[in-house]
Design a protein around this ligand. Structure first.
Ligand code: ASP
Length: 416
């Protein structure tokens, strides 16, 4: 009973340990619980199309609003897109170097089953983004086409204005409902993980776990590199703020993000920290941060880069340049469409994998450690949002009573 009330992280960790133990004890016969894992994957699959549609429409509609804010809006979105693209490149690069998925001896049967989409040529790939029928795209889960449709609706909502209000509100509510369902699916994660991990251990032995540790390591190092290189330097260059002051000021929000794995849930703390500890004006922070919590997910992009590389290596597949470019593009889009709630990044990973024809079952490999990865990526997600607010405030001269912040720091020191 107490186990049922334990928080999700504890439950997932326990499920993971039980899964390993069962796999070792029962060997291949533990395959019998695989349907639980399949059910979890089906649940993830079933939410993808409506979740992407709803969150992306709302994400783009909120970018649309910013036109009224003109310069600030384009700076913010520009910063978000560029840092996310850098994040995914760091993720892919580090996973390439650490190679967590290599050297695993899988049944050739598994490897043979997997076929990567032959690239159809640039022009055809680009043409395919435009759906001939958006509803067919939705029913067949054609992600790029769904995204195209969602972006158009989001833009149109903004341009049409008042008359589109009911549709805007509809998608807003629909997105909320999708977040709620995502939350319910994540409650099922411990059982799903049991059904996914135990058969893998049963079949391949516990040595299959080593690569997972390497995945955690790759994500953690990439997150650290991204924060140190990208955030520190942009803060220093664009606002003149000492990066240490920045990281110190945002630490409370980072801790909340790490433990809740929800950037949307952390938003109030992120706002408080950026306003009070970093001195960003209310005007800038109340615009940049909520937008960031919706569309800016650098940590998630890092994770998806590492995961794609890991899964490709695991199945012994080499990614072509075209596929890598597709991954970068899709991850940036996925980051816009990822909800700031626990586990959302893993669901969007399915979309990224599908876009280059990698097997969705690959998610099973890392589902067991997803929550741990989620803690790292969510932290980077909110630190990224905060850094954007400092950068934009710096270039706009929008630091409120910065001296007051420094004064209060001095006062705090005096008190100590
Ligand atoms: N949990 C992340 C966040 O809230 C999203 C993700 O799953 O990557 O930012």
């Amino acid at each position: 009973m107490r186990l049922l009330r334990a928080n999700l992280l504890t439950q997932i960790l326990i499920a993971f340990v039980i899964a390993i133990t069962l796999g070792i004890i029962f060997g291949e016969s533990i395959e019998i619980i695989a349907p639980l894992g399949d059910l979890f994957l089906r649940l993830i699959n079933f939410i993808i199309a409506p979740l992407v549609l709803a969150t992306l429409v709302i994400g783009v509609a909120s970018i649309g609003d910013i036109r009224s804010l003109g310069r600030v809006g384009s700076k913010t979105v520009g910063f978000y897109l560029i840092t996310t693209a850098i994040a995914i490149i760091i993720g892919l690069g580090l996973a390439f170097l650490i190679s967590p998925g290599e050297g695993l001896s899988l049944d050739t049967a598994v490897t043979e089953e997997v076929e990567v989409n032959e690239s159809e040529g640039v022009i055809q790939t680009l043409l395919n983004i435009v759906p001939e029928n958006p509803f067919t795209a939705l029913t067949q889960g054609e992600m790029l086409q769904i995204i195209f449709f969602a972006i158009f609706i989001g833009l149109a909502i903004t341009v049409v204005g008042k008359k589109a209000d009911p549709v805007h509100r509809f998608f807003d509510g629909f997105a909320e409902i999708m977040f709620w369902i995502t939350g319910v699916i994540m409650r099922f994660a411990p059982i799903g993980i049991l059904g996914l991990v135990a058969p893998i251990i049963g079949e391949y032995g516990a040595s299959v776990l080593l690569p997972l540790l390497k995945v955690i390591l790759a994500v953690a190092i990439a997150c650290l590199l991204h924060a140190i290189i990208v955030y520190s330097s942009s803060i220093k260059v664009f606002s003149g703020m000492n990066p240490f002051t920045f990281f110190k000021g945002i630490t409370p929000a980072a801790v909340v993000a790490f433990s809740t794995a929800s950037s949307a849930g952390t938003l109030p703390v992120t706002m408080k920290n950026t306003q009070e500890n970093l001195g960003v004006s209310n005007k800038i922070s109340s615009f940049v941060l909520p937008l960031g919590a919706t569309i800016n997910m650098d940590g998630t992009a890092i994770y998806q880069g590492v995961a794609v590389m890991f899964i490709a290596q695991f199945y012994g597949l080499e990614l072509s340049l075209m596929q890598i470019l597709t991954v970068v593009l899709m991850t940036v889009l996925a980051s816009i469409g990822t909800a700031g709630v626990p586990g959302a990044g893993m669901i969007m990973l399915a979309m990224v994998l599908a876009s280059i024809g990698l097997p969705l079952e690959g998610i099973a490999l890392i589902a067991g450690i997803d929550r741990i990865l989620d803690m790292f990526r969510t932290t980077v997600n909110i630190v990224g949002d905060a850094s954007a607010s400092v950068v934009v405030a710096g270039t706009e001269g929008e630091f409120k009573e910065r001296s007051a912040v420094i004064d209060s720091e001095n006062e705090a020191k005096r008190k100590i």
